[in-house]
Design a protein around this ligand. Structure first.
Ligand SMILES: Cc1cc2nc3c(=O)[nH]c(=O)nc-3n(C[C@H](O)[C@H](O)[C@H](O)COP(=O)(O)OP(=O)(O)OC[C@H]3O[C@@H](n4cnc5c(N)ncnc54)[C@H](O)[C@@H]3O)c2cc1C
Length: 543
């Protein structure tokens, strides 16, 4: 039936308003946000900008997602919404699959383009992005993806990687738009508040988790960075290894970088400006240099997963398939996960992580080393557990580091941490242990690192019997390590293809830092460098 001028127009018969969608992912800010800036520049052509965030139910069922990630994201989304509202158009949040959200929007709007940052996430987001690409192609909508940081897509030239990273970091930041036109017709499309975060039923690790976890939002991220640059970072390079000092001296920016409340480029640029301050003390210079190199590592590791997404689920060197997979001891895993291995420093680290969502690098590496060597657990399930615990879970760094610490990369020195020596070195008086393993609070320095050596009469006097109030060590760490070392060596001896695979992996993904300093030229230089890395494989370095 034809509509007459007197009849009200139905939703369907209204001309479709033209919009571009800015899809926020792990970039929860308006500053230095190229997709938003570019999309906003189209407003002078009468095209409005719809800022969108999609809460994807299937993603939140994955074994590497958890309530603490969602908590940090929700807090960051609330601030992002406020920032967008101040520009004129708040954040539109949907709880569904991205494809169905796009489909619904396409029914009501003329979608001129989709703008987002590239995401180097996990396999699930990789597959989802492939589906979105196909949907966009079918619907003739161009998806513009900007580089998120110094990670390159479809890039296979590791030799030039550092050059591109540097080029990206010094490039001018994109300026936040001054205003966004309000999209009134959104009300017609869906009669609910645009910013409406769903309650998700997620893995919760501790009942009191909210007490100690880092808070999300750009304002928190900026304050954290400011206090690091002005005060906390001075002893960064000395204090990063011990959990007693690292909580304060490390930047603690990781969740803000992971979920993009701050851009990596703005951090690099501010840091370098600070490093140029005249008469800077040596400790500051050392710390800022060290911090700068870690920001470089951030992308170096993510680049590996970007280039090879299967590193999330497969051993980096296929030759290691079958090394540990069939020997998974559930009891050991449960003891490790809950912080009840009988090794006080390991347990303190795990319990602390479960409560705070953060640990310094060395302690993360030690937890994985212990699960991989002393407990001989294949890395996949420990990786999921840690991913759920870390507020700053970043798949690219996470899986690369997990594989590196469990020895399946073949291109790095095998690092095996001695849990007792680490305890003595990093927490000599047992202060950290006693904070997180209160069962041992009466144990003195002499026994705190190896409580099972305390005579029984003293244990009774201290009110903590080992084996009753606190576990006996689940393995004897020296013997377990000897056994692990023997298995590793035998495995490599039985698989001569190891050397070839390691060399190929190093050529594709290995760090080029050493090579840049080498005086050897051309192809020989590459081979020489590869040999150095492979030679290190024979070293088992107890740290
Ligand atoms: C097994 C294991 C798993 C890890 N998983 C993650 C993870 O999921 N997410 C994550 O952000 N980091 C991870 N790391 C790296 C590192 O431990 C953390 O980045 C760091 O502890 C975060 O604290 P911070 O922000 O105070 O770091 P700072 O020392 O202040 O460093 C600043 C930033 O540099 C980057 N960075 C620092 N160290 C490294 C490193 N070794 N490799 C790559 N980037 C680095 C991070 O973005 C960090 O926020 C992992 C390390 C190990 C050993």
């Amino acid at each position: 039936m034809k509509s007459t001028p007197t009849e009200p127009l139905s939703k369907e018969s209204l001309p479709k308003e033209s919009i571009v969608i800015v899809w926020f992912k792990r970039d929860l800010r308006i500053h230095d946000h190229e997709p938003l800036t570019t999309a906003a520049s189209l407003q002078n052509k009468g095209i409005k900008v719809l800022p969108l965030y999609v809460v994807e139910p299937d993603y939140w069922q994955l074994p590497d997602s958890s309530a603490r990630h969602w908590r940090f994201i929700s807090q960051s989304l609330a601030e992002l919404n406020q920032a967008l509202l101040s520009l004129g158009q708040g954040l539109w949040v949907e709880h569904s699959t991205v494809i169905s959200v796009l489909q619904k929007l396409a029914a009501h709007f003329n979608i001129v383009g989709l703008y987002s940052h590239q995401e180097s996430g996990n396999l699930w987001t990789y597959q989802r992005d492939k589906d979105v690409t196909i949907w966009c192609l079918k619907n003739k909508i161009k998806w513009h993806e900007s580089e998120a940081y110094g990670v390159l897509r479809r890039f296979n030239d590791r030799d030039r990687w550092a050059y591109y990273w540097e080029k990206y970091m010094v490039r001018e930041k994109s300026i936040a738009p001054v205003s966004l036109a309000k999209i009134e017709s959104l009300k017609v499309y869906n009669d609910r508040p645009g910013f409406d975060l769903p309650a998700l039923d997620l893995t919760v690790l501790e009942r009191d988790e909210n007490k100690h976890l880092q808070e999300g939002g750009r304002s928190r991220g900026s304050a954290c960075f400011k206090s690091f640059l002005n005060e906390r970072g001075k002893q960064y390079s000395f204090n990063m290894s011990s959990p007693l000092t690292a909580f304060r001296s490390c930047s603690r920016l990781s969740p803000h970088i992971a979920f993009g409340t701050l851009s990596l480029r703005e951090i690099v640029q501010k840091l370098r400006k600070q490093a140029k301050t005249p008469h800077l003390e040596d400790s500051w210079k050392r710390s800022l240099r060290s911090f700068d190199s870690r920001l470089h590592w951030h992308c170096h590791f993510i680049q590996k997963l970007e280039t090879e997404p299967l590193f999330e689920t497969h051993n980096m060197l296929p030759v290691f398939d079958g090394l540990r997979e069939n020997a998974f001891n559930e009891d050991y895993f449960e003891a490790w996960k809950s912080g009840n291995t009988g090794y006080p420093f390991i347990d303190a680290c795990m319990r602390c992580l479960r409560h705070t969502g953060w640990l310094n690098f060395r302690m993360r590496a030690m937890l994985v080393s212990f699960s991989s060597y002393q407990l001989w657990l294949h890395w996949q399930r420990p990786a999921w557990h840690l991913a759920q615990c870390f507020t700053d879970y970043e798949p690219g760094i996470h899986y690369s580091q997990i594989q590196m610490q469990s020895g399946t990369t073949g291109i790095n020195t095998l690092r095996i941490y001695n849990p007792v020596k680490q305890s003595q070195d990093q927490d000599p008086k047992g202060v950290f242990i006693k904070r997180w393993v209160p069962e041992l609070s009466e144990y003195n320095d002499e026994y705190i690192h190896e409580p099972w050596t305390m005579p029984m009469a003293m244990q009774q006097q201290k009110g903590c019997i080992i084996g009753t109030s606190y576990p006996q060590p689940i393995v004897e760490h020296v013997a377990a390590l000897r056994e692990a070392r023997a298995k590793f060596t035998a495995f490599k001896q039985h698989h001569p293809e190891f050397w070839q695979q390691a060399q190929a992996l190093n050529a594709k993904h290995g760090s080029r830092k050493r090579k840049a300093k080498s005086k050897t030229k051309g192809t020989n230089r590459k081979i020489a460098n590869t040999r150095i890395d492979i030679d290190q494989l024979s070293l088992f370095q107890p740290i």
